[in-house]
Design a protein around this ligand. Structure first.
Ligand code: URP
Ligand code: ZN
Ligand code: ZN
Length: 459
């Protein structure tokens, strides 16, 4: 099967030119100014951007949390991702209590197998890592799971102590693996939560107030220090505040391999969005919303490469029946929000249209950097001869309307209800097959393939 994308403006992390792109058997085979080649299908992209499909390296499909599970499964979540111009996700498998590392990964294969609409990989949430677990970690890395998430938060659920973090980082770092850190001092946070509840401060906004930026900054500082002692790189997930960013910046200035991502919710929302009432439950995720000035600092971090990646931390829970579990006690509200479908258009508008980052940097932050960070480049994350034809045809003059009635995530609210932004995902190709066109999903469940990823941190 040959598909020819004609006359588009091809933009990668480093290129920007008008060209034709020929796709054969799922990969890009020829790029040229004008290609006079027969094809089974021709797509006219004149006036449109032709960009690498988005890569979202932080999603939680069907994730058990707080007595429920996130509302998107691997079908609805990856279909929504495709609508939003994302063609690869990396989801977080979980090593449950009493399970081996391998069981955690196997459980996630069972959830995803045959269900996804786009390609996918797994990180592994590692809750236990003893001396001698290295061999199992390396077997998993050989099977393509080359990154691991450890938590400094959620005592009794996911929290790993410093010794566990040190052991896991030491092992991963020796073989090109990468530890992703949820960096917040969860032990102190739990004490603050207890005080708040005792004082009757139970509304959703107290979720944010119970998790100060200093708790995040302390976690980031400690994670980087442990990584330095373990002689391994570290990747801070969902970084949300200027205080935490400063810790990453200081380390990077010293030449330490400290990397970090942020997410749209921290760039576009702030603590005021909680309000005082129950509706604020929509914004209960962790780390929480911050004061407004943090948004500008995070944009600066993205521009100056102290932050390398924009992910979503997509982890949707419906207001009805799910978030409701925490009515009267914010600590019981399941943590997480939808976003996998919103990211590309939001960042194009907030970043490129509003002049905060260049078009090349937009591609780098939403696709290329994640491919390099997590061992998928140049198969994913760029448009080049030999790369998978994961391509988005993006209309820079179009408009995207956000809101439940326009979105496809399996959740009863939108984090961006009523927003309209400039720029629109028009057509999406996954390994050369058109999977989104004219506002319809033209692919099918099971189209996506598991990605065996290679060494991480090659950025
Ligand atoms: O609130 C969040 N972020 N839920 C998902 C779990 C995590 O910590 O990433
Ligand atoms: Zn986390
Ligand atoms: Zn997460």
């Amino acid at each position: 099967m040959k598909t020819l994308i004609k006359s588009g403006r091809v933009v990668t992390a480093v290129d920007d030119y008008v060209a034709d792109v020929l796709i054969e058997d799922g990969v890009v085979s020829v790029i040229g100014r004008t290609l006079d080649i027969e094809a089974d299908r021709i797509i006219d992209a004149a006036g449109k951007l032709v960009i690498p499909g988005g890569i979202d390296p932080h999603t939680h499909m069907e994730m058990p949390f707080g007595g429920t599970q996130s509302a998107d499964d691997f079908f609805t979540g990856t279909r929504a991702a495709a609508f939003g111009g994302t063609t690869t996700i990396i989801d977080f498998a979980i090593q449950g209590k009493g399970e081996t590392l391998t069981q955690g990964v196997d459980n996630w294969h069972a959830k995803a197998d045959g269900k996804t609409c786009i390609d996918y990989g797994f990180h592994l949430i590692t809750t236990k890592f003893e001396d001698g677990d290295d061999a199992e970690m390396y077997r998993l890395m050989g099977a393509g799971v080359t990154s691991f998430k450890l938590f400094m938060a959620y005592p009794g659920v996911f929290l790993a102590d410093d010794a566990t973090i040190f052991r896991a980082m030491s092992a991963a770092g020796q073989r090109g693996g990468l530890v992703c850190m949820h960096a917040e001092n969860g032990i102190v946070i739990d004490e603050i939560i207890k005080r708040f509840l005792k004082d009757g401060r139970t509304a959703p906004k107290y979720h944010a107030l119970s998790r100060p930026t200093i708790a995040e900054a302390e976690g980031v500082h400690r994670a980087i220090a442990i990584a330095e002692m373990a002689e391994s790189p570290v990747y801070i997930v969902h970084l949300s505040s200027a205080d935490a960013l400063n810790k990453v910046r200081e380390a990077r200035d010293r030449g330490i391999a400290a990397f970090a991502e942020t997410c749209p919710q921290y760039l576009f929302h702030s603590i005021e969005d909680h309000g005082d009432d129950w509706e604020g439950a929509k914004y209960v995720f962790t780390p929480p919303l911050r004061e407004k000035h943090n948004c500008g600092e995070l944009w600066k971090g993205l521009k100056m490469d102290d932050l390398q990646v924009i992910s979503t931390d997509h982890c949707p829970f419906c207001m009805k029946e799910q978030k409701e579990l925490g009515r009267g006690d914010f600590s019981k509200i399941p943590n997480g929000a939808p976003g996998v479908e919103n990211r590309m258009a939001l960042i194009y508008n907030g970043g490129v249209v509003e002049n905060r980052i260049s078009l090349n940097r937009f591609v780098e932050l939403t696709s290329t950097a994640a491919a390099k960070m997590f061992g998928m480049f140049p198969k994913k994350g760029t448009i080049a001869v030999g790369s998978d034809a994961d391509i988005v045809i993006f209309d820079p003059d179009g408009e995207t309307r956000f809101g439940v009635e326009h979105e496809h995530m399996n959740v009863d609210y939108s984090s961006y209800e009523g927003w309209t932004v400039k720029g629109k995902v028009e057509t999406v190709l996954s390994r050369g097959r058109v999977i989104i066109e004219n506002g319809e999903h033209t692919g099918k469940q099971g189209d996506g393939q598991f990605l065996k990823r290679g060494e991480c941190g090659k950025i």
